[in-house]
Ligand binder design. Structure first.
Ligand SMILES: Nc1ncnc2c1ncn2[C@@H]1O[C@H](COP(=O)(O)OP(=O)(O)OP(=O)(O)O)[C@@H](O)[C@H]1O
Length: 271
């Protein structure tokens, strides 16, 4: 178990946001952090990334307390992709991805650092943009650069806060597939904050549903997603269906009704 979170409490002033979160994030696959707006998902990600220190509790990677690591050690162990970030806009895409190598670089980048950067640029389909300034990128392109930078860091733990929120459907799928492949190939523990429950079910081997500052349900999405719990937590009638063994699909009930009425086929609507 690479990343272990125990009895985590976090407050902003007098507002308690996390009240005893326990979570194991296994390596080799993705663990989705789920929950409605304001439930503390980003806060949890920021605690692991050492941006928001907890009031109490522990976060450890392979048995080592992340808050006891030096800044450089932490950066070589944990990579973090924030929900939104102000990039240093005078950098090119390539320079930005090279920043991920910082914890590994001595005086200057070596041949291996350049190879890693090339590999991640290619993996995120950013090769053609490599010499473009960050300032010229679209929101989705910039988001893929941040993922590439985090992968170039070659961490043991990858923390992604809504990494596909600005991506079109193709890049959402491709990016999550890339992250899943890296997790599996390099035994990385991945904690991913994600809103799309179906993407969580599809790409993530594990999930944790945050509610009232705690993990209400944790486990395989196909085993832990249930209509009653999700409906209560999200405040919306939700159906959970199992199209095949091991698969799960989540639909807001109004959408399920629309699909039933349309015989399961969505027809184009004339305007
Ligand atoms: N820096 C801060 N100062 C004060 N309160 C904060 C701060 N950051 C977050 N909060 C509050 O903590 C709670 C949890 O916020 P957080 O961003 O962790 O939720 P979230 O689940 O990631 O939400 P979303 O799905 O909207 O991104 C919210 O009530 C939010 O207003």
């Amino acid at each position: 178990m690479t990343l272990r979170i125990r009895d985590l409490h976090v407050s902003y002033g007098t507002r308690q946001v996390l009240r005893g979160v326990d979570l194991d994030v296994p390596d080799g696959e993705l663990t989705a952090v789920l929950g409605p707006n304001g439930s503390g998902k980003s806060t949890l990600a920021k605690v692991v990334a050492r941006i928001t220190p907890p009031a109490s509790g522990s976060v450890s990677v392979a048995g080592r307390d992340v808050y006891a690591l030096s800044r450089r050690e932490h950066a070589s162990v944990v990579a973090y992709v924030p929900q939104a970030s102000a990039a240093p806009f005078d950098l090119t895409v390539r320079d930005m991805v090279m920043l991920g190598r910082t914890p590994h670089i001595g005086m200057r980048p070596r041949a291996r650092d350049h190879r890693v950067v090339d590999r991640e640029l290619a993996r995120l389909r950013l090769g053609d943009l490599a010499s473009r300034p960050m300032a010229e990128l679209s929101g989705g392109q910039a988001q893929r650069v941040l993922v590439a930078r985090a992968l170039a860091q070659e961490p043991q733990v990858l923390v992604l806060d809504e990494p596909t929120s600005a991506l079109d459907l193709r890049y959402q799928v491709e990016t999550l597939e890339v992250v899943r492949a890296v997790a599996s190939d390099r035994s990385v523990a991945v904690l991913v904050v994600i809103h799309d429950l179906n993407h969580a079910a599809w790409f993530c081997g594990h999930s944790a549903l945050l509610h009232q500052g705690r993990v209400l349900r944790a486990g395989r999405p196909s085993e832990t997603f249930d209509a009653e719990t999700l409906s209560q937590v999200y405040g919306l009638e939700i159906d959970v269906v199992h199209p095949a063994p091991g698969l799960v699909e989540v639909r807001p009930r109004s959408m399920s009704a629309a699909r039933r009425d349309a015989g399961g086929v969505l027809e184009p609507t004339a305007v």
